[in-house]
Design a protein around this ligand. Structure first.
Ligand SMILES: NC(=O)c1ccc[n+]([C@@H]2O[C@H](COP(=O)([O-])OP(=O)(O)OC[C@H]3O[C@@H](n4cnc5c(N)ncnc54)[C@H](O)[C@@H]3O)[C@@H](O)[C@H]2O)c1
Length: 332
């Protein structure tokens, strides 16, 4: 039987999710919610759904559904998720899980108490390159991992009204969660501490710091150097960034969305990637539906994801105070 889903937030990134739902054979969309009636109508036509609402409470009350897909901006996440869980729905939401640790914990607790699945679509890890890197590191394809360098440099413009242009630490709070979650996944280890220097280049079009340099240590002892910017001009990386895994017998390089293995210490060859029939949000949705039907915790459940989110809060605290912050300190 198909999982009946209400999608909340169908404009912006939600548009892509409308397409994911349209091509999924595992779900049936029973209702759509958005404050903007134009995007709501557009999504309704695309999916052939006429249960359209500008108010989430009304949708919850009127539409038969097993789950809620929340693609609204983060400020609405906690309210929507808690209401959905209280109404007995499973919830799949976009990142970030929440804007504060207290809210994140409340969501994880509410999902436990309701006995419902709560998953964050941390889509970057659901792709062939990261799946292959994890496998190669586990197999020690280039020997012992020594350290990791991550460089993420984009000139992200943002449309007028984009919440990221005005928020504090936009890159750390809105984007770095993907890279932090990737680090945890790729190294199969949690982050122990972070030390961040955050700054705002003179030409920045963001109100607050869109750039940082950071050093972090994983619980397995690996050191990571991570440099990010949303106001880079020229020589941009992709959204995934550029990753170097320095090992005792050579290196792995994730560059321009391709994965290379060094041959010894010189030369390179493209790595053969693991096969994935579904990737990105299509994989997230499939993992969510499978977890619901199998009654198990999904890979990026709230309980797991709170450990990636905690790295964001630890980084902001480090940027604010200038001190090294242990992730345990914010996890509590
Ligand atoms: N995983 C990724 O790669 C990725 C990429 C972009 C955005 N996102 C995430 O997706 C979420 C949405 O971001 P966005 O860029 O689409 O934002 P956005 O502001 O462009 O669009 C959000 C949509 O939600 C609607 N909305 C806002 N508040 C609502 C409410 N209370 N009830 C119903 N609808 C409401 C808006 O009208 C709009 O159509 C964020 O959490 C963001 O971090 C994830």
């Amino acid at each position: 039987m198909k999982l009946r889903v209400i999608q909340v937030g169908v404009g912006g990134f939600g548009r892509g999710w409308v397409e994911v739902l349209a091509r999924s054979k595992e779900v049936e969309v029973t209702g759509l919610v958005d404050l903007n009636e134009d995007v709501l109508r557009e999504a309704g036509e695309r999916l052939g759904v006429d249960e359209l609402f500008t108010n989430f409470d009304e949708a919850l009350g009127k539409v038969e559904a097993d789950a809620v897909l929340d693609i609204t901006p983060p400020a609405f996440r906690t309210e929507i998720t808690l209401k959905a869980l209280k109404a007995g729905k499973h919830v799949l939401s976009e990142k970030p899980l929440a804007l504060t640790m207290e809210e994140a914990k409340a969501i994880v607790r509410a999902a436990d108490e309701a006995g419902r699945v709560y998953m964050v679509s941390q889509n970057y890890r659901f792709n062939p390159v990261p799946r292959t890197i994890r496998k190669l590191l586990e197999e020690r394809a280039r020997g012992e991992l020594g350290y990791v360098l991550v460089e993420y440099q984009m000139g992200r413009r943002g449309k007028s009204g984009d919440f990221r242009l005005e928020m504090d630490y936009p890159l750390l709070v809105d984007m770095s969660i993907h890279h932090f979650d990737l680090m945890r996944y790729l190294l199969d280890s949690d982050v122990e501490w972070v030390q961040v220097e955050s700054f705002r280049p003179s030409w920045s079009w963001y109100r607050h710091d869109p750039s940082f340099f950071m050093v972090m240590k994983m619980e397995d002892g690996t050191l990571i150097s991570y440099a990010g910017s949303w106001v880079a001009r020229g020589f941009e990386t992709t959204w995934n960034g550029r990753w170097r895994f320095a090992c005792s017998e050579g290196s792995l390089l994730w560059d321009n969305d391709k994965l290379y293995l060094s041959a010894g210490t010189k030369g390179r060859r493209k790595a053969e990637l693991v096969d994935m029939p579904l990737t990105n949000q299509d994989y997230s949705l499939h993992e969510f539906v499978s977890a619901v039907s199998e009654g198990r915790e999904p890979e990026t459940s709230g309980r797991d994801n709170i450990r990636s989110l905690a790295v964001v809060f630890a980084s902001v605290l480090s940027a604010r105070t200038g001190r090294r912050v242990k992730v345990e300190e914010v996890l509590g």
